[in-house]
Design a protein. Structure first.
Length: 286
């Protein structure tokens, strides 16, 4: 197993993504990609990677987006997938098709020594909301871009606009205390929900022409597997899973029954679709 030396303020995130939670994400890469694949399609259409370009894919996870970028920039470009999670990068390296112009690096984007002005595109699908010091992180990434470079990433909007995550959590909260609230400047899935905050961070990091486009999507949390699959998925990863950590089996079973009860009205065929809401953020390096 590799190890990540990163910014000291990112130590908790690095530990999280290299522990049991990171392994669960790696183990669920296929179903998660089915769930999140449509978001990758939206992101790539806005990022507009071109043949011959060099792309940084931040927080690439198990590598599906890196592979997509590599196909777009082939044969003479490069897609560099960057992540702090060794379990997910191990999956990425094992799953990536041979012959594509891509590479994966276990590294913290906040401090990784990129070659200055060497990339055309900085992209990410949900990989940039976990920086403890996002201005420092994006400043480092900005240095890696050519003056003609551009940025495109996807991030979640407000929790209330993402019932696909919050509905199972509300069911769990019938049985366990609420998790401590995350501060508006702290890393986490919704850290970039605020349009004002994202604009400020990117402008302070040197980006210009920052734009944020809202997109709504139907998220099938069952991934075509029916109600049982939707409940099991909610219990394996995501906020409901985190809220149940450390609680005894009887609490887990009671929460599982409540999740099932709350998701059942959304069942249509083998799908359980709830709304998801994202920003597609774009900007130029200069």
């Amino acid at each position: 197993m590799g190890s990540t030396t990163g910014h000291e303020l990112n130590a908790d995130q690095i530990a999280y993504w290299n522990g049991p939670s990171g392994q669960r994400w790696a183990d669920r890469h296929a179903v998660q990609e089915t769930l999140l694949g449509p978001i990758a399609d939206v992101l790539i259409s806005r990022a507009r990677p071109q043949p011959g370009e060099r792309v940084i894919d931040v927080g690439c996870g198990s590598g599906a987006t890196t592979v997509a970028f590599a196909k777009a920039v082939a044969p003479n470009g490069l897609a560099l997938g960057l992540d702090v999670s060794d379990p997910m990068l191990s999956q990425a390296r094992a799953l990536a098709p041979k012959g594509l112009p891509l590479d994966f690096v276990l590294a913290d984007a906040t401090v990784h020594p990129f070659e200055p002005a060497s990339f055309d595109l900085l992209a990410s699908r949900f990989g940039v909301m976990f920086f403890a010091d996002p201005i420092a992180s994006f400043t480092n990434l900005h240095h890696a871009l050519k003056s003609s470079g551009r940025l495109a990433f996807a991030c979640w909007r407000e929790p209330k606009e993402n019932p696909w995550m919050m509905t199972p959590l509300m069911a769990v909260y019938k049985h366990v205390p609420k998790m401590p609230p995350v501060g508006p400047e702290e890393p986490g899935p919704f850290a970039f929900a605020s349009e004002e905050r994202v604009m400020r961070i990117l402008k302070d990091a040197g980006f210009v022409d920052v734009a944020m486009e809202p997109h709504n999507l139907a998220m099938d949390v069952a991934i075509g597997g029916g109600l049982d699959a939707a409940v099991d998925g909610s219990l394996q990863i995501g906020p409901a899973s985190r809220a149940l950590q450390g609680h005894p089996p009887e609490i887990y079973e009671a929460a599982k029954a409540s999740i099932r009860e709350m998701l059942a009205p959304f069942l249509k065929g083998q799908s359980v679709a709830l709304q998801g809401a994202i920003w597609i953020v774009t900007a130029r390096a200069a």
